[in-house]
Design a protein around this ligand. Structure first.
Ligand SMILES: [Ca+2]
Ligand SMILES: [Ca+2]
Ligand SMILES: [Ca+2]
Ligand SMILES: [Ca+2]
Length: 142
């Protein structure tokens, strides 16, 4: 956890340096991770949150904003569909644990995570990764 925090602070410092000549660093969700490095730009998932940039399937979309569990490399659809629900359900019941369904980073798949799934399924929660490789290459890491 501490190493991860140090890493994020380094990334943030790097982002600051990169943007020094371009003006202020853009951090839309004010989670201390600049948009260019934030795997959920519209949702706070920085060092202060348990979901701290965790991206289980390494597709560039952080777990906090990624209810597309079907993406496993080439052929992933990047859409949240009814096909993702059984995967969530299996993780929820424990028959097939899957860390990608832990959206809030508490290590469990609970009804709190289902709220995230539902919001994304209904399109009311934005995805918004800032990484240029998001949805293009796997692994997509900052
Ligand atoms: Ca941010
Ligand atoms: Ca974020
Ligand atoms: Ca992901
Ligand atoms: Ca959870």
């Amino acid at each position: 956890m501490k190493i991860k925090l140090v890493m994020l602070v380094s990334i943030f410092a790097f982002g600051l340096a990169l943007n020094a000549n371009a003006g202020a660093v853009v951090d839309t969700d004010t989670d201390l991770v600049p948009d260019a490095f934030d795997n959920c730009t519209a949702l706070a998932n920085g060092p202060a949150e348990d979901s701290n940039q965790v991206d289980t399937d390494q597709d560039g979309y952080g777990n906090a904003c990624d209810a597309d569990y079907g993406f496993t490399g080439a052929g992933g659809d990047f859409l949240i569909t009814t096909g993702d629900f059984p995967i969530f359900l299996d993780a929820f019941t424990g028959s097939a644990p899957n860390l990608a369904t832990d959206h809030n980073g508490d290590g469990l798949t609970t009804t709190a995570d289902f709220s995230t799934f539902l919001a994304q399924f209904q399109g009311t929660q934005p995805l918004g990764p800032g990484l240029s490789c998001a949805g293009v290459t796997v692994p997509c890491l900052p």
